[in-house]
Ligand binder design. Sequence first.
Ligand code: ADE
Length: 239
Amino acid sequence: MNWQATVLTLFPEMFPGPLGLSLAGRALEKGLWTCRTEDLRQHGLGRHRAVDDTPFGGGAGMVIRPDVVDAAFAASQAPANVPRVYLTPRGRPLTQQDVRRYAAGSGVLLLCGRFEGVDERVLQAHDVEQVSIGDYILSGGETAGLVLLDACVRLLPGVMGCEESGVEESFSEGLLEYPHYTRPAEWEGRAVPEILLSGNHAAIAAWRQKQAEEITRERRPDLWSAWLARKERNMAEAV
Ligand code: ADE
């Protein structure tokens, strides 16, 4: 069976969007994954198909009603066993580990919110994971959902050639990648680091490792501390 993405959204036209092109688009054409949407508006109430209402307790903005989301869940026909994910800046940060877990299963069901959010009760009732793609506020969960799907689809069997798949392994070691260079060897007065032209593969590997470590320490102290801690643990285990 192919990998099934189901998306509950007020903007079904946004899917597959950019994922209909390039790597994910080719995989879609090959039938390696499918992308179905369920329009929340179809489950709105009354003549205006209202999906939201004012928050209890007062405050700004509108909240998507639990009954509307519940009806969309039921109509979506998503497989019962797939993770249910609500994209929200209040969620825990999405990691490559989550992405690997989603990609290894039979698909995901994404709930994309707009307005102030979704009534908390329907998230509990359907055992929904709350996930954020970063510490900034998007106008809705749809673009975050596209990010999550992109990250999953590239890991599906048959989607990437072996050439690209190595990149994923390097990140899973917990360091940012070393910098890359190609021809010309000198460009506008800037030379490629000498070592890369040496043909000494062991020295090149050592240089790249050092670069990866320095860049990680500088740009991502959080990843750097975790990497150091892991290295110490491994060394302690080895003795
Ligand atoms: N919806 C709005 N902002 C978001 C974010 N940063 N991550 C996930 N969903 C969102």
